[in-house]
Design a protein around this ligand. Sequence first.
Ligand code: IVH
Length: 676
Amino acid sequence: MNEDTRKRAAELRKALHRHNYLYHVMDEPEVSDAEYDRLMQELIALEAAYPELIEPDSPTQRVGALPLEKFETVAHSVPMLSLENAFGEEEVLAFDKRVRRFLNTDSQLLYTAEPKMDGVAVEIVYENGRLIEASTRGDGYTGELITLNIRTIKAVPLALLNTVSVTVPSRLEVRGEVFIPIEAFKQLNKERLDNDEPPFANPRNAAAGSLRQLDSRITAKRPLDIFCYGIGRYDDLELASHSEILQRLESMGFRVNPDIKRRAKIEDILVYYKALLEKRHEFPYEMDGVVIKVDDLALQKKLGEKSRSPRWALAYKFPATQETTRVVDIDVQVGRTGALTPVARLEPVSVGGVTVSRATLHNEDEIKKKGIRVGDTVLIQRAGDVIPEVVKVITTKRTGVEQAFQMPTVCPVCGSGVVRLKGEAAWRCVNANCIAQLKERIKHFASKGAFDIDGLGDKLANQLVDKGLLKSYADLFFLDEATTGALERMGEKSAQNLMDAIERSKQISLARFVYALGIRHVGEHIARILARSMKTLEGLEAAIKEDLEAVKGIGEEISQSVRAFFENPENQRNIERMLKAGVTIETKEAPVDEPLAGMTFVLTGALDSMTRTEAKARIEASGGKVGGSVSRKTTFVVAGKDPGSKLEKARHLGVRILDEKGLVEELSQEKRHEKG
Ligand code: IVH
């Protein structure tokens, strides 16, 4: 190889880096795609002929050749924290006040505010100007090494730009959000459907899924993009403010969001937020709010951080995403206690990236109050993780063909009569043997907090009832392998597994047993109170109204419901049959001063009424354990505001989820056993 070849290769590398930057970061290409391809082909040919020319940051080296076995993990040298959320102006002004009080200053502070991207947070490490490592945020302390995948993102520089004119930092950790633009997401999903692959639920899932590919050749095909918004550790750089960091990042070749409001008073940040909220749907990517940061780095340092979020930053979230669609019909579902719930069947519509085709209408009064008719165009919203709901009818869209809705006068499943008791919102099917109720009762009976029968999911429960194999939950303990093995999609092995799971479930605590019975108004929490105070099943069965109501937390409504349940001969017969079949109730309940003994909690997201450290201390004081990661053994995942991937994992594993109110309820047992 002669000197000219070496020179030509260097020229090509430089030109390609520049065109890549102009195209992917600046959005201002100077050459046509064809010209770019031509230069790339020339470099590929040169490197093929002289492999010694290949450098790790050559533009030809974005895609790795071999898939990984698994992701290694790596600790972040500076934790990647999360952000406290605000949902209204008052909260933002309170934040500003808090910050100034902390800094002991009356003067105005300058903030920098940027769109809060809804993607995946990553850290990219450069040493002596070269990309050496990249990782996901993970739990904030350790993430997964996804270097090869990050290298495939064209907007990520493999080598820092402009390092000739400025100092090359010996180490620089750049942070940003990887995302997929909305149009590219739609295209990607279309291709997946064409290829018989399941579509992604939303751009964020698509970005996360793409980054978690062990084969970077797959990642390279995904339309990933990035905005960089901060740095972790940095050496050899003098930086005074966040706005200066952003400027530096830009000059080193990183893509920084162009719509950032730099160094502004808090009032102007509020105006900026409003403007973004107005036009959020015009942006080519999804954002879920605005991140407000104290601009001065010295002040940031003084402010420091709380357990999981810095005191100098705030996420001012956008309100729930709304969309309009049409009510195609209103279905009525029958629940475990016979309650009829109307559900709107909608023309499918994407709300914030998730396709919504149903929305709960709660009950008859709700439909009347909102004036919803079949055929109406309605405004629906999806807030966080909750079930989509109808906000209002767009009456101007009415054409006259819309049909008023009538609650059915008989149960839509079994045809029995329905009643609506005084003071109740729901109509109920009066037939205790209604097949819909029975199915739901059995699902409840087998669920996590109850008998926890592995493998007895919705489909199987429906099938067992439809085939007439279960007429009550007690029948579960009389199933045999021959019968279950003959069911659809039930191999010998799964039949055996189911029988084993049923057998295992027979050892059960009194609290779970009581909860499993599905007595109205007796949730997990009340079931535990009843178990602890009445000690044995016989004690509970024999308890009269006064005994029950003497227990703190048990009122008339619950005591009546409990009495009615145990006085019903059929319920008695079911209980007897279960006991005969070998169900054994362990009456050894958690000790009085340790009501949460034996339970493991995993916390995710921020709580309003206490810090995570406090929550942990209180759980432990009540005998519970707090774990770091979710597994099948986790009793509850407590999801606060802005929960992380642990929530998804909990859903995936079927671990029960408590909101903050639920946690407070569990903890409120701390001192309530005087009467037990
Ligand atoms: S700053 C300590 N800036 O929001 C500062 N975060 O809830 C923390 N995010 O995990 C990050 N856009 O994934 C910052 N412009 C932005 C952001 C942003 C999106 C995400 C990021 C982080 C999460 C914090």
